[in-house]
Design a protein around this ligand. Structure first.
Ligand code: SF4
Length: 432
């Protein structure tokens, strides 16, 4: 019989595989790969298994040939030392990895840009202009009586959203979780998780997601008691739109859930601006908050460290020796396409699913051995994953909690943090 002292199952494990950062997983560490045996979701099960299996025998490479870690770091430092404007992408890192990445980018005089940041910086700019009122997962769980999902089903971004925040066993106050009203705005979404435990169907406003700006305009107009043309905007009876507006005003604590990557990129500013406006109108007479689903691939961890350390968001250039924030100019995709960037470092420890762009400049990839690659980079350095091989910290989607990640199994792979600091030290030598 297994007891706690001899069990190979670790409980209350935090998961960094999406921004929801669940902290209740049970993981069996006995096998060849880590097995999530309780709680968790399919993404957690497959990620823990894959990232823990590959690895220990993976060696750094230069132009595809195995080399020592020291030689790979030295070559990476040489590449950075020869570059005028190196750019740092990927950036799926925990807090420790992000701190080391900042040190390296500062030393190298480069620009950091997370692979999810095309949505992040645009959304931040809109919220800066219009003001935003965001809530936390705990508030959603305990207070939300109406949840409006705008262009997202939530579970595509964060699979356990409904399990952990909506259809929960109890709340701290007098709200019966099963009584919540769920409304989806947009078609083609997975609405099955929105069915209440007692079988009540969610409301689905089915329309082409490309028409989201029109849908949000209808809601904003009706809230402002402005006329709306036609009896059925977007093919949905005006009376249904009006009933939704009335319900939002009648709700004690509604929450508007959205996710930047779920919007068409060209419409992101428009949609986020409309959401911000809608939330602001509702707060004149009741409570309504926005919940942007973010934090996937460590984007909030990287963003938080960048802001803590420099006072600026990502897309800040250190080329002049002083930080210069310009989110339009400093997007690394643009810098690579225009030839302004002359070296790329693709630095990940939490994710392996996005390949570095093919860009024609010397490329250094520091990532898990399973990192997706479209071609062999100049330098490849395999690294461990925080929350699997070593401890760390991870910023959750609502930014109010930074969860500790635990080491679940030993590895001979170095941490991304160790590699970045080693390259930074060698870069100092190159430059002196
Ligand atoms: S919902 Fe996200 S954080 Fe939670 S177990 Fe799944 S992948 Fe991990």
């Amino acid at each position: 019989m297994t007891n706690e002292a001899t069990s190979t199952v670790m409980t209350e494990v935090a998961c960094p595989m999406c921004g929801h950062a669940c902290d209740d997983l049970s993981v069996d560490t006995a096998g060849a790969s880590l097995a999530v045996v309780a709680k968790g979701c399919e993404r957690a099960r497959s990620s823990f298994a894959r990232l823990s299996t590959v690895g220990d025998s993976a060696l750094p490479r230069i132009d595809g040939k195995p080399v020592s870690l020291d030689a790979a770091c030295a070559e990476a430092a040489r590449v950075l030392g020869a570059a005028t404007l190196p750019v740092f992408g990927g950036m799926a890192l925990d807090v420790g990895g992000a701190r080391a990445a900042m040190e390296l980018a500062d030393q190298a005089g480069g620009v950091i840009d997370h692979m999810n940041n095309e949505f992040g910086w645009r959304a931040s700019r809109v919220v800066q202009d219009g003001g935003g009122i965001n809530t936390t997962l705990a508030e959603v769980r305990n207070r939300a009586d109406l949840i409006l999902l705008v262009g997202t089903d939530a579970v595509s971004a964060q699979p356990r959203f409904f399990e952990r925040c909506v259809w929960v066993g109890e709340t701290m106050f007098d709200l019966a979780p099963a009584s919540r009203r769920i409304v989806y705005l947009g078609g083609g979404l997975d609405t099955a998780p929105g069915v209440s435990p007692d079988g009540r169907q969610p409301d689905v406003f089915e329309f082409d997601l490309m028409r989201m700006p029109e849908a949000l305009s209808v809601l904003n107009a009706l809230m402002a008691k402005q006329p709306v043309t036609g009896e059925a905007p977007l093919g949905i009876a005006l009376a249904r739109w009006q009933e939704l507006v009335d319900a939002l005003f009648a709700a004690k604590y509604s929450v508007v859930v959205w996710a930047g990557p779920a919007f068409d990129a060209a419409q992101l500013d428009l949609n986020v601006g409309a959401v911000v406006s809608l939330v602001r109108k509702l707060n004149v007479t009741t409570r309504c908050n926005s919940l942007p689903l973010a934090g996937n691939d460590g984007d909030l961890s990287m963003g938080a460290v960048h802001t803590w350390q420099t006072g600026y968001p990502m897309r800040t250039s250190y080329a002049s020796g002083a930080p210069k924030f310009d989110p339009v100019h400093n997007g690394i995709t643009r810098l690579l396409q225009t030839g302004e960037a002359d070296a790329l470092v693709w630095l990940n420890s939490l994710a392996d699913h996005v390949a570095p762009p093919a860009c024609g400049v010397p490329t250094v990839v520091i990532a898990p051995p399973s990192q997706k690659l479209d071609g062999e980079p100049h330098v490849f350095i395999p690294v461990a994953t925080p929350g699997i091989h070593h401890s760390g910290h991870f910023v959750r989607t609502d930014k109010v909690v930074t969860l500790p990640l635990r080491a679940l199994r030993a590895t001979s792979l170095p941490a991304a943090e160790t590699v970045a600091m080693s390259i930074a030290a060698k870069l100092r030598e190159v430059r002196t």
